[in-house]
Design a protein around this ligand. Structure first.
Ligand code: PLP
Length: 457
């Protein structure tokens, strides 16, 4: 029997260290549902309040220091507050935050995106990744004249109405609360990595406009797919004359400076970008073939006698985000922080697996590039942490959660100075160094021991 919420030493120690956060969440609950502003910040009994961050570290309002593995939900390839980006943002801010007009930085920003991202023949900036996938889908429908979209279970593409089923629930594709059933019916949800199911769907259904996927697999590889699968999708979509959309909101400028597509030379028709694109500030983009983005072009619409897709957005290509984006992407291009973060990812996964092995715990740290996913094995498979192959497990096995264990693990890691994200796992930046590597391994070992003391493992 595990120790419950009320008499858990982990919970008591957490509360002891985070008294000011406890006070603030009490106020926050009077303003926000659950006291939070993003679902993945939900943590019981409450999350920590951060007031300052630098490099790979951040500090809460109780004065505790943490190694950060949220990485701005993936937006911070260079860690917190890289000085060059910070300077560029301040300069842009001082010149004005919104001109209600074209401005030079948006052009430079788009040019760098085009130089880096192979599919970016044309660019349209949005304010978020959600807006980017929304526009990508609209472009695909307008271009093909077809209605439906193939998505893969567990792949996350933001929170607009077409993307809510099948990511963490509603794997049967039924509409989630507030979404029109008729709209959910236009989304075909398939098992991740299943080429045959994709081919069969396309043979059966002539109304598919496009396939969208996270090219490393759902949740940045928590449910991985092979590059071979992605490559086959490229062939199938070309053969069937439908569009392939890569959602590179996370993987863009992270897997490599040129994203997943540049690294593996598989070029989609459309790509959605956000996060690193805007250097830690709000921003997104849909980029892709000129003939597809022509649907946004006044002259092209007139020429082809097709109705233009409308697109407004008060903060599209905001000059301050543009400044952060230009500065960040220039650093990405010239110093390749992606390799540094990918290498750290490899070493951290290896290190944590050796801790698991030594502690005889049948969990595994896995993932690719700058992601670390922790498989906490709720069904007790026989696992050698050092030889775990996530590809051999189904998506439902990989995402199954033993909620109490994960909650206590995250709290224990916080107590030991590490803010693991809720996958559970880590998004790594180029600011993570040798010191963070050894500190994380020590915190992990200590946290496991705390979990053992509560008979959770
Ligand atoms: C792969 C992917 N697509 C789209 C989104 C949505 O982006 P945003 O949060 O900027 O709306 C996210 C956000 O985490 C994401 O990970």
């Amino acid at each position: 029997m595990s120790i419950g919420l009320s008499n858990s030493r982990i919970i008591a120690a957490y509360k002891e260290r985070t008294k000011r956060s406890a006070e603030l969440i009490a106020d926050a609950r009077k303003s926000f549902p659950s006291g939070i502003t993003h679902d993945s910040r939900y943590l019981k009994p409450y999350g920590i309040y951060i007031e300052k961050a630098m490099g790979a570290r951040k500090w809460d309002i109780d004065g505790n220091e943490y190694i950060d593995y949220f990485g701005g939900h993936g937006a911070l390839m260079l860690g917190h507050n890289p000085p060059e980006v910070s300077k560029a943002v301040h300069e842009a801010y001082d010149e004005g935050t919104h001109f209600g007009a074209n401005h030079p930085r948006e052009v430079r920003w788009a040019q760098i995106v085009q130089e880096l991202v192979p599919s970016a023949a044309r660019v349209r900036f949005t304010s978020s990744g959600t807006e980017a996938t929304h526009m990508a889908l609209r472009l695909a429908r307008a271009f093909t004249g077809k209605d439906k979209l193939i998505r893969y279970r567990t792949n996350f593409h933001g929170w607009h109405d077409h993307m809510t089923s099948g990511f963490s629930s509603h794997f049967d594709g039924k509409a989630t609360p507030g979404v029109l059933p008729g709209l959910a019916e236009k989304i075909v949800l398939l098992p991740p990595g299943d080429v045959e199911a994709t081919k069969e769907t396309l043979e059966r259904d002539p109304d598919i406009a496009a396939i969208i996927l996270e090219p490393t697999g759902g949740l940045f590889g928590k449910v991985p797919v092979t590059t071979q699968f992605v490559s086959e999708l490229r062939d199938i979509t070309t053969k069937n004359d439908i569009l392939l959309i890569f959602d590179e909101v996370v993987t863009g400028f992270r897997v490599s400076p040129t994203g997943f597509q540049g690294r593996h030379d598989i070029i989609p028709d459309l790509t959605t970008l956000a996060k690193i694109l805007a250097g830690g500030l709000p921003g997104g983009a849909v980029v892709g073939r000129e003939d597809i983005l022509a649907a946004l072009d006044f002259d092209a619409a007139r020429r082809t006698d097709r109705e233009k897709i409308q697109h407004q957005g008060t903060f599209n290509a905001n000059p301050v985000s543009a400044a952060a984006g230009i500065s960040t992407l220039n650093i990405v291009r010239h110093t390749n922080p992606c390799d540094i973060a990918n290498d750290y990812g490899n070493r951290l996964r290896t290190l944590l697996n050796s801790v698991l092995k030594e502690e005889s715990i049948p969990w595994a740290a896995y993932g690719e590039y700058s992601a670390l996913h922790l498989f906490t094995n709720p069904d007790n498979y026989s696992i050698d942490p050092e030889n775990f192959k996530a590809n051999e497990y189904r998506y439902d096995q990989l995402i199954k959660q033993n909620g109490d264990v994960i909650q206590k693990l995250r709290l224990a890691m916080i107590i030991n100075g590490v803010d693991f994200n809720g996958w559970p796992g880590a998004i790594i930046s180029a600011a993570h160094t040798e010191r963070e590597l050894t500190d994380t391994a020590s915190a992990f070992r200590e946290s496991l021991s705390m979990l053992k003391n509560e008979q959770l493992i």
